[in-house]
Design a protein around this ligand. Sequence first.
Ligand SMILES: NC(=O)c1ccc[n+]([C@@H]2O[C@H](COP(=O)([O-])OP(=O)(O)OC[C@H]3O[C@@H](n4cnc5c(N)ncnc54)[C@H](O)[C@@H]3O)[C@@H](O)[C@H]2O)c1
Ligand SMILES: O=C(O)[C@H]1O[C@H](OP(=O)(O)OP(=O)(O)OC[C@H]2O[C@@H](n3ccc(=O)[nH]c3=O)[C@H](O)[C@@H]2O)[C@H](O)[C@@H](O)[C@@H]1O
Length: 389
Amino acid sequence: MASPTRVDLDGNQIKPITICMIGAGGFIGSHLCEKILSETQHTILAVDVYNDKVKHLLEPAGLPWADRIRFHRVNIKHDSRLEGLIKMADLTINLAAICTPADYNTRPLDTIYSNFIDALPVVKYCSENGKRLIHFSTCEVYGKTIGSFLPKDHPLRQDPSFYVLKEDASPCIFGPIEKQRWSYACAKQLIERLIYAEGAENGLEFTIVRPFNWIGPRMDFIPGVDGPSEGVPRVLACFSNNLLRREPLKLVDGGQSQRTFVYIKDAIEAVLLMIENPARANGHIFNVGNPNNEVTVKQLAEMMTQVYANVSGEPSLEEPTIDVSSKEFYGEGYDDSDKRIPDMTIINKQLGWNPKTSLWDLLESTLTYQHRTYAEAVKQATAKPVASS
Ligand SMILES: NC(=O)c1ccc[n+]([C@@H]2O[C@H](COP(=O)([O-])OP(=O)(O)OC[C@H]3O[C@@H](n4cnc5c(N)ncnc54)[C@H](O)[C@@H]3O)[C@@H](O)[C@H]2O)c1
Ligand SMILES: O=C(O)[C@H]1O[C@H](OP(=O)(O)OP(=O)(O)OC[C@H]2O[C@@H](n3ccc(=O)[nH]c3=O)[C@H](O)[C@@H]2O)[C@H](O)[C@@H](O)[C@@H]1O
């Protein structure tokens, strides 16, 4: 229930504000809308081209927050209503982006336009109208770790200063231009630099968020069920799809890359703290991740296989994984981040935030959701038609 007397981290009463949330219909946006509507009195102008993931917050009529959310079907590439919506709000949160790795090397132009060019007017309107901006960047701006350039058995690879990623100290290390995987990271880096410069030269009040593999219910789509059959979503949805269809999970280049996964509900707590503590969040770039949940992709596949067997009651396959080359899986121009451990000093100091949920627990609740939501639909989609006599 929304408490009428919410206070910020400094004990001041929080006044309800209006938030223009661009990309509100996506994975993160849908969780953020849910949180804001159920726990605060803020109002949301929800902007997206799709609303399937927030339908439950918009209908039926008479929901307790009905007068605090309005969906605007707007494509920010070409819609003159954008500036008006930003002007009506106190704060703009920009989540809109192409952000699935399968697109970075196959649709590099769309990726660069979406992550840089299309974000430009949002920054400009916020700056010109004196509005606060929370912009979603990515941990991919760090690229590869310094340690990855050392020989495999070099002892400095074990030294955290060679791999832990710090907002104010780590360099951004991308591959060559022909590795088009980096089109996304590079576009996100340039928009971060532009926002930072608007802050420095024109006084824009901004916060930049760098999410580190946030995962949970409603992430991406299951190919052939609520997304294109040939589509390649991010790893959680790829592996969920394999498990639902009882196919081996595909390990790209052996699944040796490492990731830290954070539960979406923990991460959303961090975003709410940023929204409600502008004095502590403005001018900062924040890593938001869970350094305690590190696994290789291969280990993730093994855990998901085990957890899914528990939640579905179906035994796992005898050979639950297969190796595929990145060229076969993603095509020419793919490259990978080797390891992603977020340094948590800044977010901890400014907002006192720490993630709580273990990888095992977050996989249990997420795969329970995947099973309940998709198992029947996948069964129907894969059922062989009965031969007519
Ligand atoms: N999920 C993560 O762990 C993660 C990690 C790093 C960065 N991010 C960043 O966070 C943001 C949100 O990610 P997500 O996981 O929710 O992705 P998502 O794809 O689920 O959501 C993005 C939403 O933006 C909308 N959108 C895209 N272009 C638009 C346009 N031109 N006009 C209007 N709406 C448009 C899409 O329809 C979609 O609903 C992105 O900027 C992404 O780069 C996410
Ligand atoms: O979530 C994030 O923090 C960021 O990272 C993601 O990038 P990445 O982690 O590489 O994307 P995933 O699709 O989640 O892949 C993770 C790893 O699993 C591997 N993978 C993926 C899918 C699959 O079926 N098998 C497989 O081995 C990939 O090659 C990669 O090494 C995306 O770029 C963004 O959504 C986001 O900016």
